[in-house]
Design a protein around this ligand. Structure first.
Ligand code: G6P
Length: 360
């Protein structure tokens, strides 16, 4: 069945492998009889009525929310704020006149996120939960739900749910834009199909990822992940994956912030994972790589076909520039997986962590 490991040594590896199928499942689940992407019309109305979206989430789901913000702003033209649920709950910012609250939660049970939902409902605001679990608390208590269709995620470190969250947010933003006759400029169904193939190519390159884990993470105590624009959001998720399961101290940050502090930490051999999938900032991130290399760093450059340069460690297949997080996160998941494995850590059940945290 879906929730058995089968021949896999760990749920995490199985769930990483399922990602191309999850993407195809999502496309199907959100297609109408004519093959057009569609979402619940009540959600389209809620998006239309909102003057600002407030995305509320924790952990990996928060990182998916950062990507989702870009979709709602760039594709759908709606301003978005993304907040960590625990912070938002105790320190509600000044709100716009017509907010729509979007809760992103794999489990639908995270207490930090639920307490925000309870509060904003009391304030009379509309809500939408994006979740993997039908009938979960946050799904039941919100006005609307978008399902991830990722199948049960068992490993504590979230992988396929992150990819599913980003895909579903892309669909919601795009379908909304189309419903408002805004120019989208691409065929999302087609682009997500290209992404699914690219993700397949990444999961098929496990040997390469295992070698990268050996080359960059075998002896180190720490690691850095840098990126700009969308790559910045993915670098946060890459660092989180690595710390969660390998206990290597990892930090993700914006390339431009290097010079404002973090570069002081670069020593001989420090691994720096640099994502370079965004054309607009390609030169800048390449510049950051030069800066850390000059200070002795061991750079692992993950670029995208078309923007790649000689010496890059890994080149992901070319996909639509807004959809790169769906692909670039996969090598980072696998590299973390192998780093954890090589260190003899408990991949699926890392110490001190729970799959869903039902206390505030
Ligand atoms: C826990 C899990 C994380 C997850 C976070 C949010 O900390 O270990 O993997 O990202 O909760 O969970 P949610 O179910 O709300 O997405």
């Amino acid at each position: 069945s879906d929730i058995e490991k089968g021949t896999y040594p760990h749920y995490m590896l199985k769930e990483i492998d399922e990602q191309p199928a999850v993407l195809r499942k999502i496309i199907q689940a959100y297609q109408d009889d004519n093959g057009n992407l569609t979402i619940d019309p009540a959600i389209l109305t809620a998006l239309k009525e909102a003057d600002r979206l407030y995305i509320i989430a924790a952990g990996t789901s928060y990182h998916a929310g950062l990507v989702g913000k870009e979709y709602f702003e760039k594709i759908a033209g709606i301003p978005v704020e993304v907040h960590i649920s625990s912070e938002f709950g105790y320190n509600i910012p000044l709100l716009s006149k017509k907010p729509l609250f979007i809760f992103i939660t794999q489990s639908g049970e995270t207490a930090d996120s639920r307490q925000v939902l309870v509060k904003v409902k009391k304030m009379g605001y509309p809500s939408l939960t994006v979740t993997n679990v039908q009938g979960s608390t946050l799904s039941r208590e919100a006005d609307h739900t978008l399902l991830l269709h990722a199948g049960p995620e068992i490993a504590v470190a979230s992988t396929k749910a992150y990819v599913a969250q980003i895909a579903v947010l892309a669909i919601a933003a795009t379908v909304f834009a189309e419903s408002q006759a805004l120019p989208v400029g691409f065929d999302l169904t087609q682009e997500l199909g290209i992404v699914a193939n690219a993700v397949q190519a990444m999961v098929d390159a496990k040997d390469e990822m295992e070698q990268i884990a050996r080359d960059f993470l075998e002896v180190t105590r720490n690691a850095f992940f840098i990126g700009r624009q969308l790559d910045y959001h993915v670098s946060l998720e890459g660092a989180l994956k690595l710390k969660e399961i390998s206990y290597i101290q990892a930090e993700g940050f914006a390339g431009g912030e290097l010079k404002h502090g973090t570069i002081a930490l670069i020593e001989e051999g420090t691994p720096v994972f640099a994502l370079a999938t965004q054309e607009e900032v390609s030169l800048n991130i390449r510049g950051n790589v030069k800066e850390v290399v000059a200070r002795g760093a061991n750079p692992c450059i993950i670029s995208m076909a078309g923007l790649d340069e000689e010496g890059d460690t890994l080149v992901i297949p070319h996909v639509h520039p807004l959809l790169t997080p769906l692909v670039s996160v996969v090598p980072l998941q696998l590299i973390s997986y192998y780093a954890s494995l090589h260190r003899g850590c408990d991949v699926d059940k890392p110490r001190n962590l729970a799959k869903s945290v039902t206390v505030e």
